[in-house]
Design a protein around this ligand. Structure first.
Ligand code: UTP
Length: 269
């Protein structure tokens, strides 16, 4: 099925990176020389997305400046920009609320959602998901450490195949004791437009936020929920540890930078 639109929610506060995120959006933090949002955008382009919708907020203007620059230099970046537009999230009321803000730009077709703070290296995760999309709400899923389940939406598994996890339920940030599996949702989604009706009626959930996971749960009887086991390597760049790991990983694989990483460890011995 053709999916042509992607929503990039970039309205979060990025509290785990205070104070830098008081002035610089989390999505503009860099892995060496490119901001996280650049990699997310490239992933969407590689997946065949043609319309890019950023849900932005006060203080996030540098993202717009960055994509103005990319549009002007699309040839240099060797990237097909498609149509880029912005919609405001007036208050950071949660990921579900950010997605709802894009409602008027989506229409009645399924669409992708991409969180730039989940950096996924390798084959385009969204591209793989589109290839396997079957009409149910689809989320990227990976096995996480049991001690970490309270950081994720966790799937309750009905059955699974090689690449797919069919969920009978989903729980946002459960405790270690109550988690039904270790399949955690990471920030890639292919959603039915019907999710907007559910989101507009949704009460705040965990952390007082409008949770996308709660809408996915409500929609299981309508269209199901499928976790997709993606092939790429994912870094949680919403955390300091994850961003640092991503930078080290990229630097280690770079011909000019790998010696810096090696020398750093040598000097410490
Ligand atoms: P997070 O859950 O990581 O929240 O958002 P956050 O505010 O960005 O970061 P912390 O937890 O305070 O450190 C996941 C994605 O959803 C977006 C974020 O920008 C990020 O891309 N988001 C979150 C919104 O667009 N709006 C919101 O109200 C909340």
């Amino acid at each position: 099925m053709k999916i042509s639109k992607a929503v990039f929610p970039v309205g979060g506060l990025g509290k785990r990176f205070f104070p830098i995120t008081r002035a610089i959006p989390k999505e503009m933090l860099g892995i060496i020389d490119k901001p996280l949002i650049h990699y997310a955008f490239e992933e969407a382009v590689d997946a065949g997305i043609e319309e890019f919708i950023f849900v932005t907020r006060h203080g996030k203007y540098s993202i717009e400046d960055y994509f103005d620059f990319m549009s002007a230099h699309a040839k240099y970046f060797n990237i097909k920009m498609g149509s880029v537009c912005y919609v405001r999230q007036n208050e950071p009321l949660g990921l579900g609320h950010a997605v709802l803000c894009a409602k008027n730009l989506i229409g009645s077709e399924p669409f992708a959602v991409i969180s730039a703070d989940d950096y996924i290296l390798g084959e385009s995760c969204v591209g793989e998901m589109i290839t396997h999309y079957d009409g149910s709400n689809m989320v990227a899923a990976m096995n996480v450490a049991r001690s970490e389940v309270s950081k994720y939406g966790i799937l309750d598994v009905e059955r699974e195949t090689d690449r797919l996890v069919i969920a009978k339920s989903v729980d946002e940030k459960p405790s270690v004791g109550t988690a039904k599996s270790t399949y955690g949702i990471v920030g890639r989604y292919i959603l039915s437009h019907k999710i907007f009706d559910v989101l507009s009626d949704l009460a705040p959930g965990v952390g007082g936020e409008i949770q996308l996971t709660d809408a996915l749960l409500k929609m299981i009887p309508i269209c199901g929920l499928t976790g997709f086991k993606f092939a790429g390597k994912r870094f949680d760049c919403g955390s300091k540890e994850g961003l640092l790991s991503a930078i080290l990983h990229v630097a280690s694989g770079d011909d000019k930078l790998n010696c810096v990483v090696e020398n750093f460890y040598k000097d410490r011995k």
